[in-house]
Structures are given as structure tokens and as C-alpha cells.
Write a protein that binds this ligand. Structure first.
Ligand code: TYD
Ligand code: MG
Length: 467
């Protein structure tokens, strides 16, 4: 009989240590290491008596393949994020901050699927049946045939969902509440969550039911506890948004059956989440195009163009070290743009505070926003408003050159659709459609951009005197 072995696992990042320590080497967190029985975890497994292996048939890469069988919710923003609907036999993790609307979204998805004749089981580990019913009433989902259970024990859940006709989709809300009799550690620990998730994934693979797992995210932005869960599931969706704003974004970060970088956009209302099919109009909604320091960025989210306003405020500082504050963008990227402006364009910002904000609480991840940010900064510093009907995109290199970015045509098409006649963009070898009345200006480098902004402004200033 093999000796029972123990290991020490960090509850924050999942790093395994040989002995207990106060601080985890992996993530630097204190007091997160817990003694753990190896029997239940990955690589452990009960009774490690070596068994004689069985040869499996080897095969080739070419051959018959089946299109992944999917179930559509009919909520197009959700179907877009999952790559065309939930895949049968797969497990999807939906992560997000507490209170962002995960349970709401999944209840609406469950109701929509149920209306299409699918058998849906919603297992709530956080709320009592009465609470879930109240939410369902609010979402107009109470009349659907979604089956409900309030349970946290893994074995009981498996027995419940395994009974009767196979469900098409099972929702487990949330994985942090799962606990199993087979794992020795306390509920909520890495081992418990991992064991529970493993059991749910096994159920999905065996029965062909789609499995949706809800996970809360810690303040560091990781799915709380084990990041291992992200590796185990087939797709990971993050539900993000700013509490102060109404809209929410469902972002795909991993998908074994479809594209990543897709987003679904929703708006939270008193009757649940509403789809936003044209996000650009939402993000540009409250624009004041006459004030300096605002530039519209023509961005892409996966296959979808998104126009969003970048706002900059550059003001003389009263501090020894000027402030740089960024919301919705990468702060090291901002430092880089400031350095390039100083080094190559003679724009001195050492005595100025710089604030940068992406409108509506939206978060930009693309380097293509560089040109829009630079334009907003120059516009604010000079106190000159940019033309209201112009979009900006392009990546800026350390030498000050403006680099081409992908999907130029789609960006311009969206801009035109929303009434932006002008665009400042990098010179590109790709084919650029000629707009009906497009004033598309290719920018070679940052000094070129600065002189154009200053030039267009001096023209503007002359106009009143000419009149
Ligand atoms: P919830 O789905 O419970 O969040 P999560 O499961 O991610 O923790 O959503 C909670 C918030 O959503 C709560 O603050 C109230 C708000 N909400 C609405 O504004 N409208 C609604 O119709 C519903 C159901 C919730
Ligand atoms: Mg919830």
C-alpha cells in the first residue's frame, strides 16, 4: 500500500510546495499555503499501483471530422462570444466580478434555450430557490421549463443531473461553492474546486451535455482560487464591466471550438441584460465633439469594429513629479507615447499632468489606439479641438513611425457608416476602399501628425477673422 503523501498548495495560484511556508514563491501572497492530500488532485490519484498500459489505436490528422454540434440561445451577442452557441459535451467557464451579472446572463440564456425546447438544469450553490425564482420573475423567465436545484455537493449534483433524460445544458453557479466527499480539504480550497470541476467536465464528456461553470474573479483579476480551472475547460468567457456604467462585455479569452477576441455587448437594465448590437453608437453616445483632447479611435474587437472616444487632459502640474493617470488603457503604453512625443516631436510634457480616459468605461487592448491617444494628447496640450468627423488608428513605434495595423478596410467602413468622413491612418499596402466622400489621410510619423493637428487648427483660428 502506497504511503499517504501530502503536499502544500497555494490557494491563490496553485503552486505546489514540498513544505509549508508563510509566503508563496509563485505569487508572493502570504498565508495562502495549505496542507493538502495528494489523493484527490491532478497527478495523484488513489492507490498508485503501476498498472500495465493498454495500447490505443494511433490515427492520422486527416480523416472524417464532424462540425461541433452546437445549441443556440438566440441571444446573438452570447452566441457570438461562444463562437456560435454552446457546444455539446464541452465545458465553458464564465468568470467575472461578483455582482457583474453572471447569474442574470445565464438565467436569461437558460430561459431562451428552454423556450427553444432544450432541457436545461440550473444548479445554484449561492442562492436559495426562492431567490432564483424572484430573479427569474424579474427576467420574464418564470414561465419557462428550466429545472432548478439549490445544491453544492458534487456527488448529489451528479446524481441529480444524471437522473432522467439527459440535459442539453447544465449551469453550475458557482464552482467556488462546490465540495466533494472524495477530497479531504475544506470547501472552497483549490483541491475542492478542482475536484468538483473535474467531475462536472467528466459528466459533460460522458453524456454530451453542455456544461456552463460560473467562477468569481479575485481582485487581481484571476478566476478565484485555481487558475488550473482555466486549463481544464474548453472555453473561458469573462464578463466585464464597470459598476458605474450600465453596459457589460462578454469577452472570449479561450475557445477550443471557435475564435477568441470576440466580444458580446450587453446593457444592464431593470429587466436584465439587453443586447447591444451596435456598440459604437453606445460608446459614442454622449460625445461632446467641440472640446479639445478628444479623439475617436476606430478599433476592432475580433471581427467587429468598435468606435470609441479617447479623452486626454494635459494640464500644468503643481507637483514635483507630474501625475500620469490612465483609465481603460495600458499605462506603460501611455508612457511610451509621451516619450516618443518628447523625443521626436519636441512636445514637452515634463511639467504637465496627463490624464487619459477611454469613454464609457470601455477598455482598449489594441496597440492600434496609439495614434488616437497621441492625437488626443496633442489636442489637449494645444487646446485645440480635433475635427469632429475624423477617426484615428495606427500603431506608433519608438522611432516615431506610424505602423500599419490589420483590418483597415473594416475600420474605415464602420467609420463611414457612423458618419465619420475623415480618417488619419498609417500608410498600408492593404487595399483601402475609396470612400464616397472619404478624406483619408495617411500619416507617416508622429511629427507629421503633430504638424497636421497644428495646421488644421491654425486654419480654424483664421476662419473667424476672415469672416
Ligand atoms: P448577478 O447576476 O446576481 O451577478 P453575479 O451573478 O455576477 O454575482 O447580478 C447582480 C446585479 O445585477 C445586481 O447588482 C442587480 C443587477 N440587476 C439589474 O440591474 N437588473 C436585473 O434585472 C437583475 C436581475 C439584476
Ligand atoms: Mg451570481
Amino acid at each position: 500500500m502506497a504511503k499517504a503523501k501530502t503536499q502544500f498548495v497555494c490557494q491563490n495560484c496553485g503552486t505546489v510546495h514540498n513544505r509549508w511556508a508563510g509566503k508563496c514563491d509563485g505569487c508572493g501572497e502570504w498565508n495562502t499555503i495549505i496542507e493538502d492530500d495528494m489523493m484527490g488532485g491532478i497527478g495523484g490519484g488513489p492507490g498508485k499501483v503501476p498498472k500495465k498500459g493498454r495500447a490505443v489505436a494511433l490515427t492520422t490528422l486527416s480523416g472524417e471530422t464532424e462540425e461541433a454540434p452546437r445549441i443556440f440561445t438566440g441571444i446573438s451577442e452570447l452566441d457570438r462570444a461562444t463562437g456560435g452557441g454552446f457546444v455539446r459535451g464541452s465545458a465553458v467557464l464564465v468568470g467575472g466580478d461578483p455582482g457583474i451579472g453572471k447569474s442574470t446572463l445565464l438565467m436569461q440564456a437558460a430561459a431562451a434555450l428552454s423556450r427553444r425546447g432544450h432541457r436545461i438544469i440550473y444548479v445554484s450553490g449561492e442562492e436559495a430557490v426562492a431567490q432564483v425564482r424572484l430573479r427569474a420573475q424579474r427576467l420574464d423567465a418564470a414561465d419557462t421549463e428550466v429545472l432548478l436545484a439549490a445544491e453544492t455537493n458534487v456527488e448529489d449534483i451528479l446524481a441529480t443531473i444524471g437522473e432522467g433524460k439527459r440535459p442539453d445544458l447544465v449551469i453550475i453557479d458557482s464552482i467556488q461553492t462546490l465540495w466533494s466527499d472524495t477530497a479531504d480539504s475544506a470547501p472552497g480550497t483549490v483541491t475542492q474546486v478542482r475536484t468538483g470541476v473535474q467531475a462536472m467536465i467528466r459528466f459533460a464528456k460522458q453524456t454530451g451535455a453542455a456544461m456552463v461553470l460560473v467562477g468569481h474573479v479575485t481582485k487581481e483579476g484571476q478566476i478565484a482560487g485555481p487558475r488550473v480551472v482555466e486549463h481544464m475547460v474548453d472555453a473561458v468567457l469573462y464578463f466585464e464591466g464597470d459598476r458605474g456604467h450600465h453596459y457589460r462585455i462578454l469577452r472570449t479569452v479561450k475557445n477550443r471550438f471557435g475564435p477568441t477576441d470576440e466580444i458580446g455587448v450587453f446593457e444592464m437594465s431593470d429587466k436584465g441584460l439587453r443586447e447591444v448590437t451596435n456598440p459604437s453608437e453606445l460608446f459614442l453616445g454622449e460625445r461632446n465633439s467641440k472640446s479639445p483632447g478628444a479623439a475617436v479611435f476606430a478599433g476592432m474587437e475580433g471581427t467587429r469594429p468598435v468606435l470609441v472616444e479617447v479623452q486626454a487632459l494635459v494640464a500644468p502640474t503643481s507637483l514635483g513629479t507630474p501625475r500620469r493617470a490612465v483609465v481603460g488603457w495600458d499605462s506603460s503604453r501611455l508612457s511610451m507615447i509621451l516619450a516618443v512625443l518628447e523625443a521626436h516631436c519636441g512636445v514637452k510634457l515634463g511639467q504637465h499632468d496627463v490624464y487619459l480616459n477611454v469613454a464609457g468605461g470601455y477598455r482598449i487592448t489594441e496597440p492600434a489606439a496609439d495614434l488616437a491617444v497621441a492625437s488626443a494628447l496633442v489636442s489637449s496640450l494645444a487646446g485645440l479641438a480635433l475635427p469632429a468627423d475624423c477617426v484615428y488608428f495606427g500603431e506608433i513605434s519608438l522611432s516615431g513611425a506610424v505602423r500599419p495595423v490589420s483590418q483597415t478596410a473594416q475600420r474605415l467602413k464602420e467609420a463611414e457608416k457612423l458618419g465619420f468622413a475623415g480618417a488619419m491612418l498609417p500608410a498600408t499596402s492593404a487595399e483601402v476602399p475609396k470612400g464616397a466622400n472619404g478624406r483619408w489621410v495617411t500619416i507617416e510619423d508622429l511629427p507629421d501628425l503633430v504638424s497636421r493637428i497644428a495646421g488644421s487648427a491654425s486654419k480654424l483660428r483664421q476662419t473667424p477673422e476672415d469672416d
